[in-house]
Design a protein around this ligand. Structure first.
Ligand code: NAD
Length: 306
């Protein structure tokens, strides 16, 4: 009997084709409510998801045949890894597939903050022509401080160095050799907060990184510093950031991710003129979605063919 794969979130057509050509029986059922998904999951050997489907312990309890969960993307926060491990279900992801795309959005946010692109667009559309108000800052010669130089952080460093920025980074798991190859100076977190004109976060959300940018850290950043979070909500104390922006201590902040998504309409950051954001679209380009779909399909097919 062929292995059966349930595709529960949007996966690009190329990914589905690879699964079918590998001889797998593929059902695409996107957007099922949790109960409906739980009623079906017992019939499948593999489950392919992006971020919308939550693979909870409760769902896994019903997944008698399930051997593998494939997450097309990087973060596996939507999968209960402990519960999967307890049940012997392998969890796979596609770590590099969307890195360039996420790095490009990060750079877009850095440039947009430095030159007030979003605020100036709103102003012109509102019938104004406020040239003085939107005087910006050049990135050349400034210091970029990257927390976490894995797949995405390294590409952000590479792109920003092309703008003439100097790069410093904190990542306890990277060697001095790798840092030298990237052209980045390894620093401690304290040094990073003190030196960076632009701080960009590229770490996973863990016990160590939750609230990494706390009220105390926000007080230690350089006056006028810019902060970008295209990694995970929860890395920044959002209430403290709203205060720092309101007091004019920071030049601006840009988020692609929030602690709670979507943020409440009365979230204090949404009222800040110095804050810009996107709705967790870091990996959302046609190219990245095709790459992660192909990546996860190939991995699932290879695993199920063993
Ligand atoms: P990665 O694993 O390649 O890199 C993460 C780096 O963080 C590693 O080098 C690791 O050594 C470092 N790190 C871990 N704990 C640390 C700590 N306590 N302090 C400093 N460094 C630490 O991951 P990546 O692919 O570069 O992804 C980075 C982040 O971007 C993740 O949070 C990921 O979930 C997020 N992401 C967001 C989107 C989006 O849509 N906005 C898309 C993809 C990934």
């Amino acid at each position: 009997m062929p292995n059966r794969v349930l595709v529960a979130d949007d996966l690009s057509a190329e990914g589905i084709r690879i699964l079918r050509e590998a001889g797998l029986e593929v059902d695409v059922k996107v957007g099922l409510p949790p109960d409906a998904l739980a009623d079906l999951i017992g019939d499948y050997d593999a489950l392919a998801v992006r971020s919308a489907t939550k693979v909870t312990a409760k769902l896994l309890e019903r997944a008698a045949r399930l051997k593998v969960v494939g997450r097309a993307g990087v973060g596996v926060d939507n999968v209960d890894l402990d519960a999967a491990t307890r049940r012997g279900v392998v969890v796979m992801n596609t770590p590099g597939g969307s890195s360039v795309t996420v790095a490009e959005l990060t750079v877009a946010h850095i440039l947009a903050l430095a030159r007030h692109v979003a605020q100036a667009t709103a102003s012109v559309k509102g019938g104004k022509w406020e040239k003085k108000r939107f005087q910006g800052r050049e990135l050349a010669g400034k210091t970029l401080g990257v927390v976490g130089i894995g797949n995405i952080g390294s590409i952000v460093v590479n792109r920003c160095r092309a703008f003439g920025m100097r790069a410093v980074a904190y990542d306890p798991f990277i060697s001095a050799d790798a840092a030298a190859r990237l052209g980045v100076t390894p620093v401690t977190l304290d040094e990073l907060w003190a030196q960076a004109d632009v701080v960009s976060l590229h770490v996973p959300l863990t016990e160590q990184t939750r609230n990494l940018v706390s009220a105390d850290v926000l007080r230690r950043l350089r006056p006028g510093a810019l902060l970008v979070n295209c990694a995970r909500g929860g890395l920044v104390d959002e209430a403290a950031l709203a205060e720092a922006l309101a007091e004019g201590r920071l030049g601006g902040a840009a988020f692609d991710v929030f602690e709670k998504e979507p943020p409440a309409p009365d979230h204090p950051l949404l009222r800040s003129e110095r804050f810009i954001c996107t709705p967790h679209i870091g990996a959302s380009t046609e190219e990245a979605q095709a790459a992660v779909a192909v990546g996860i399909a190939e991995q699932l097919a290879a695993y199920l063919a063993r």
